[in-house]
Design a protein around this ligand. Structure first.
Ligand SMILES: [Zn+2]
Length: 244
């Protein structure tokens, strides 16, 4: 079983992907389920539009899409209300991208949203890899402040933070790593350093494609049992779905 922890659907400015396109790509590579997040402009500004879109598409395709909602923390109380609305409507996680949302991961402006995710026991998917606003060590500070909340580190800080990412987050056990964008030797290193229980297979579709991302996993983690944990079990556990 394979579950993709990181995709985007909708009409974006930089990237667009229809639900049918994603489903066809998933079917061709035997991907059972995918976390679906709103696209760029919906992450930045049109949060409710993006949230309604992923929620509607998830309801239309039961068992295939796992909807993650977003809220731009700069909207303050309105962002909190929007996230609560989306969670009540079925969102399974919170997606943040400080690069497009215009904040810094170390900034307390985001705390109210993390608190809401924590109250509902939902994972928080956080883009990283952008200097100044989305650095792994900033995420480590945030995760230390909210030890009961599980964070998935988008792209694992790749590629600019290859040297300080592992020492910076290894002992922050509520940070999990998204494999998208990383090269096989990095993914293999994360697996041996932190264990497969800290890794989630992700593609950031449509930016990357399944054949390539899956081939990387085979190279990176030759042990089949470990690879299976990364390909589905870690993300399912974070979503509260009982797996070994
Ligand atoms: Zn993303």
């Amino acid at each position: 079983m394979i579950v993709d922890c990181h995709t985007h659907i909708g009409e974006g400015v930089y990237h667009s992907c229809s639900p049918d396109e994603l489903l066809a790509a998933m079917d061709a590579s035997e991907i059972e389920q995918a976390v679906v997040c709103p696209v760029d402009r919906c992450l930045a500004v049109e949060n409710a539009e993006g949230n309604d879109y992923v929620l509607t598409q998830a309801a239309k395709h039961p068992g295939r899409f796992i909807p993650f909602a977003t809220a731009n923390p700069w909207y303050g109380a309105k962002a909190v209300a929007e996230l609560q609305r989306a969670i009540a409507a079925g969102a399974r996680g919170l997606k943040l991208n400080s690069k497009v949302q215009g904040f810094t991961l170390s900034d307390d402006v985001v705390y109210p949203l993390i608190e809401v995710a924590g109250e509902h026991n939902l994972p928080v998917f956080v883009h990283t890899a952008t200097m100044v606003c989305a650095e792994p060590l900033q995420l480590a500070m945030l995760a230390r402040r909210f030890p009961a909340v599980n964070f998935i580190m988008g792209h694992s800080g790749s590629t600019d933070f290859w040297n300080d990412m592992i020492p910076g987050i290894t002992d922050v056990k509520n940070i999990y790593l998204d494999t998208s964008v990383n090269n096989p030797s990095s993914i293999g290193k994360y697996c041996t350093t932190m264990g497969p229980d800290r890794l989630c297979f992700g593609t950031d579709y449509p930016q990357n494609t399944y054949p390539i991302e899956l081939e990387k996993m085979g190279d990176a983690i030759p042990d089949e049992q470990q690879r299976q944990i990364v390909l589905s079990q870690t993300i399912l556990r974070l979503l509260g779905e009982g797996v070994v």
